[in-house]
Design a protein around this ligand. Structure first.
Ligand code: NDP
Length: 235
């Protein structure tokens, strides 16, 4: 396992940082993209806003130059802009799709050539249970995250013969900055609806991502793996 180059977008905090740490602990050479502040850890950090094709191209180029071709890609960078559709501006819809879905697409397209050449690769996209069950106030986010599922499954069919797996992880409620902003009352109600009775940790998600990138997961592709405390009961 050691010696692989792994790239995690949005690896400066939250779930992305936990994923970067888990891959590093498994022996990978890890690079993270960050848009604002760098990660607290000593990973190679490259500046990149995933809504810019140029920045994605440059960032992956820097990683390849420093660590070699990317063998493991985790497309994690994401945002929410919640509102009911009747009150949602078109920009809020487009920004969420551009970051969550198109950001992942740009990263995959830029790293894919190296994987195809090596006839090996591991791609994991971070989606959400909202993609599968829908979520009031999140039509933009759920549409973008559901788009990632169709993208991943189509790509899995295109790349399977080259030993490149493409999987999706769908977290439920996870304790990060993204959910910290929710009112305490809503957090309590949300946790109460989770069969395991709590929000998950970034490390809960990271452990699943790490497994999906492992040699042992080599016969899993096109899967959507929920890490949601049972809220979707496997869906
Ligand atoms: P955070 O808000 O803690 O972190 C989001 C990360 O995405 C940050 O690193 C942020 O960078 C990065 N990011 C956002 N926009 C861009 C952009 N345009 N270009 C580059 N990087 C960007 O969120 P989480 O850690 O909670 O979320 C990580 C992923 O998990 C997201 O895709 C999210 O949708 C998904 N998820 C989270 C859930 C949760 O409950 N927390 C549930 C289901 C899915 P910066 O620091 O520069 O802002």
């Amino acid at each position: 396992m050691s010696g692989r180059t792994a790239l995690v977008s949005g690896g400066n905090r939250g779930i992305g940082l936990a994923v970067a740490r888990a891959l590093h602990a498994g022996g990978d050479s890890v690079a993270v993209t960050c848009r604002s502040s760098p990660p607290p850890d000593d990973f190679l950090a490259v500046k990149c806003d995933v809504t810019s094709k140029q920045e994605v191209d440059d960032a992956v180029g820097q990683v390849e130059e420093a660590l070699g071709p990317v063998e493991v890609l985790v497309a994690n960078a994401g945002i929410t802009r919640d509102a009911l559709l009747v009150g949602m501006g078109e920009d809020d819809f487009l920004d969420v799709v551009d970051t969550n879905l198109m950001g992942a697409v740009r990263l995959v397209r830029r790293t894919l050539r190296g994987m195809v050449r090596r006839r090996h690769g591991r791609i994991v996209l971070i989606s959400s249970t909202s993609a599968l069950s829908g979520s009031s106030g999140q039509t933009n986010y759920a549409a973008a995250k559901a788009g990632m599922v169709g993208f991943a499954r189509s790509l899995a069919r295109e790349l399977g013969r080259r030993d490149i797996t493409v999987n999706v992880v769908a977290p439920g409620w996870i304790d990060t900055d993204m959910t910290a902003a929710l009112p305490e009352e809503l957090r309590k109600e949300a946790a109460g609806a989770v069969p395991l009775g709590r929000f998950g940790t970034p490390e809960d998600v990271a452990a699943t991502v790490r497994f999906l990138t492992s040699r042992e997961a080599g016969y899993i592709t096109g899967a959507v793996v929920p890490v949601d405390g049972g809220i979707g009961m496997g869906n």
